[in-house]
Design a protein. Structure first.
Length: 853
């Protein structure tokens, strides 16, 4: 085997030069010389006796003369033997030196041309965690599959990013992807099992893995772009919403821009289009997302103020009832709650029948806790933004008729009216101002470009998929159970593939942000592992190099499967170098790209080998040999291209200690077949196959040809399988994991997929432009007589609750019915307000007063 690092030139010479062979050889030689000396010395002493009894020579010159007889010679023999031993020692030293110098490779191979070699099997067992090959749970954290030996797998449990080189049908899924899922889910403690985010284009991994993962404690979800109606929900605007709700406005703006960039800068959207239009459309979509998200959240804040007020009134009314009336009120309220939950499940929310605001509900039991309602937040989604934009444009078109110039002017007026109302310093308004100042024809082109790129969100199925999030993504890194999310896509339609890249990017941004929240430790509670199969086929993941660089310290890690370096670099260009350098382990499976094989061979390094040259006449029996150290790649590109099924090569970067902490040198690892069996083993298998076929009537059935194999074929199969088992080559899933991860062809997707978006009414989750524009018209010139009428009241109310206490109105004589001037005077008397909070409140009230003048 290659991992034994044996030099195959002049094997007998190399054998004689081995450290244990030389002493054994010299000891045998010394023993022979000593026995010969004994025989000669003892025979000389027996000559006198033999001369008197010549008829029995065997008695005096037999085998007994080989042993030591020190009682002869009157004490001279011990000294004679000391001389002989001394001569033998000198002879041994000279002979050992000559053998070592003449036959040993080490005397001329000092690594002068290269010092690389393969990691041996004993070294692998010493350096990596050993786990059972299948089924059995094991202690500690999971990690990268490094190698296999006998019925054990060896894994690297140090968190790392990994890069796999494997062309389609090279076995990368069967060898590594499924094994990674299996190894991660077999950690003994559920806390040690990482959450998994897996790119699964053909949904084979999902079908094979779902039931097993659920048995092992995972919450399994499917983001199915091939059939969006049977998918988990994923709102690409969720990150914008999450940042706004947490008060991180700058992060929200950046998240909106990042998503807009991914929409307008995919391979499909950039072909033949003016970059100016794309960039301007990016600004417009960013402005729409920021505006809609912030407005919806502010509307929810206003709604929350009103619901809390009504909730308190109805609880007070309940407390004034008699016990009998309270029992009736409880039953009535619980029934209204049940009806509301049914509406929620059917996605038929209506504020008029919401239990708190329901006019028919007069009492709320004081045992009920107040629950916030994100009613308007539901309207912050991609379809809603597109619909909001189209509604304004359609209104303009209906007014302008068929006149293109009139349409552009009307569209300008409608959009301007909305964004101008947001104030000069508003981020969305500032973005829109760059579009507003362009020419009408340019603006029309931008509008067309945006509607074209966002057209994917107008599809009913995509609108339903992107209307909401099915799960709380916080659970991925902080949940009690690990989460596995599979991402499927259609190979024949790449128009929605950017959603997968966006999902990966947003998961990284969101989970990274969670580690920075107050009380966080700077690392996720549960590790998250991204298994990105066919990474080179996905649309570019924005800032992937940044994620890979900073991920490990946060508890995030990446595994990329690519077909070649060239494919990956064409996608990520300069970023690819950073990504590759941050992948500590690079695994070569098989690629058809010569450039990738040559580069990988170069990275494996060079070794020094002894080159043998033979000289002499053509028919001379006596030849001259000359050994010369020379340079040789650890593995030629041609050898990499010839790797067998199950074989792979691992180039490791940061492994520097073994299992007990001793320093090591991280040589490459090769997973390979054992050497061909010898004649004895072949004979054994010959009789085994013969017995199996003749007496057990057990013949191997070749499924693809629907026939039994011949005797010679089955013998070859047995010998080949034996070489694989005796070596370190990895097994395919169907060879050892078929019980827990069955063949995908035997499973129907609908039998394992219970995700559905069919109940989502996306048309009810839209930001209504009529309501917005009506509010704008009402607000123009309207004098706010009561503070609670102000659009800023919800924000002010929340600041006062946080800093002055939930009962600030009673303690500081404040009320929403007060005029803004009076409210401002009272706020100035509150001593507990922070300078920042006081300044923000005063600015908003002053702005309201100026607007009303």
């Amino acid at each position: 085997m290659r991992c034994e690092n044996q030099n195959e030139t002049m094997p007998l010479n190399r054998f004689l030069a081995k450290g244990w062979v030389i002493p054994a050889l010299l000891l045998s030689l010394d023993l022979g010389i000593l026995l010969g000396c004994n025989y000669i010395i003892n025979s000389l002493y027996q000559l006198k006796a033999y001369s008197q009894d010549t008829e029995h020579p065997f008695t005096y010159f037999g085998p007994q003369n080989l042993w030591f007889h020190l009682d002869q010679g009157q004490g001279v023999l011990p000294y004679l033997y000391l001389v002989i031993l001394g001569m033998l020692l000198v002879l041994d030293a000279c002979l050992a030196y000559q053998i070592r110098v003449s036959f040993s490779e080490k005397t001329i191979n000092h690594g002068q041309k290269g010092t690389r070699r393969w990691t041996t099997i004993p070294e692998i067992r010493q350096q990596y965690k050993e786990i059972p090959m299948k089924d059995t749970f094991y202690p500690g954290k999971p990690g990268l599959l490094v190698s296999r030996y006998k019925n054990f797998l060896y894994i690297d449990d140090i968190p790392s990013n990994n890069l796999y080189l494997g062309v389609t049908r090279s076995g990368k899924g069967e060898m590594y992807v499924i094994s990674a899922i299996d190894i991660c889910s077999r950690a003994k403690r559920i806390e040690d099992r990482p959450s998994l985010i897996i790119n699964d284009p053909k949904l084979e991994l999902f079908k094979m893995s779902k039931r097993t993962l659920e048995k092992r404690g995972y919450l399994v979800h499917l983001l199915n772009l091939d059939d969006p109606l049977h998918s988990m929900g994923y709102n690409p605007m969720f990150l914008v919403i999450a940042h706004y709700k947490a008060g991180r406005k700058e992060n929200a703006k950046q998240a909106a821009r990042s998503f807009a960039f991914s929409v307008f800068h995919t391979e499909e959207s950039t072909g033949g289009q003016d970059p100016v239009w794309r960039d301007t459309a990016t600004d417009l979509f960013t402005a729409l997302m920021v505006a809609v998200a912030s407005d919806c959240i502010e509307d929810d804040q206003k709604l929350d103020v009103e619901r809390r007020r009504v909730f308190a009134q109805k609880v007070q009314a309940y407390q004034n009832l008699s016990k009998e009336e309270q029992e009736v009120a409880i039953r009535f309220y619980q029934e209204r709650k049940r009806q509301w939950k049914k509406r929620v499940n059917r996605d038929e929310l209506d504020l008029e029948v919401e239990p708190v605001l329901d006019a028919q509900v007069h009492w709320i039991p004081d045992t009920e806790d107040y629950e916030p309602l994100a009613f308007y937040e539901r309207q912050a989604n991609c379809y809603s933004c597109l619909n909001f934009f189209r509604e304004l444009c359609d209104r303009a078109k209906s007014k302008a008729g068929e006149n293109e110039e009139a349409f552009e002017k009307e569209a300008k007026t409608a959009l301007d009216e909305y964004f101008n109302s947001r104030g000069k310093l508003d981020y969305a308004a500032a973005l829109y101002s760059t579009i507003k100042n362009t020419g009408d024809r340019t603006k029309g082109s931008v509008f067309m470009s945006m509607q074209s790129a966002l057209g994917i969100f107008s599809l009913d199925s995509i609108a339903q998929l992107t209307a909401e999030n099915t799960i709380d993504f916080r659970e991925i890194g902080y949940g009690e159970k690990p989460v596995a999310i599979f991402m499927g896509s259609a190979a024949e339609d790449r128009s929605n593939h950017f959603l997968i890249s966006t999902f990966i990017s947003q998961m990284n941004q969101y989970l990274s942000q969670l580690t920075k929240e107050p009380g966080a430790t700077g690392r996720l509670k549960r590790n998250v592992r991204f298994l990105i199969d066919e990474a080179g086929q996905l649309p570019k993941i924005e800032n992937l190099s940044g994620f890979v660089t900073a991920s490990l310290g946060l508890g995030l890690s990446f595994d990329f499967w690519i077909q070649s370096y060239e494919q990956f670099r064409a996608k990520y260009q300069e970023e690819a170098k950073t990504i590759e350098k941050n992948c500590m382990n690079q695994i070569y499976i098989k690629t058809m790209n010569d450039g990738s094989a040559e580069e990988y061979s170069e990275m494996l390094g060079k070794q020094t080998v002894i080159e043998l040259q033979r000289t002499g006449g053509k028919f001379d029996l006596k030849k001259s040999y000359m050994e010369t150290p020379t340079e040789k790649p650890l593995m030629f590109p041609e050898e990499l291209a010839m790797l067998k099924e199950g074989e792979s090569v691992l180039l490791r970067g940061i492994k520097r200690t073994d299992n007990i902490g001793c320093s090591i040198e991280g040589y490459p690892i090769i997973n390979e077949y054992a050497d061909p069996p010898g004649m004895l083993r072949k004979t054994g298998f010959f009789f085994f196959v013969l017995y199996k076929r003749l007496f057990l009537r057990d013949k191997y059935w070749l499924q693809k040809e629907e026939r039994y194999v011949r005797f010679s074929e089955e013998l070859r199969l047995q010998l080949d399988w034996n070489r694989r088992k005796r070596g370190t080559a990895l097994m395919y899933r169907n060879q050892y994991l078929k019980d827990t991860f069955p063949d995908p062809d035997t499973i129907h997707l609908q039998d394992v997929n219970d995700e559905s978006r069919e109940h989502i009414h996306f048309e009810r989750r839209v930001y209504d432009p009529e309501r917005v524009l009506q509010q704008l018209k009402q607000s123009k010139g309207t004098v706010v007589s009561q503070m609670q009428q102000s659009q800023y009241y919800a924000k002010i109310h929340r600041i006062l609750q946080q800093e002055a206490g939930m009962d600030y109105e009673r303690r500081y004589a404040l009320s929403g019915t007060q005029a803004p001037e009076q409210f401002l005077r009272q706020v100035k008397t509150i001593p507990v307000l922070s300078p920042r909070g006081r300044k923000e409140i005063e600015q908003k009230i002053t702005k309201e007063l100026r607007r009303s003048q």
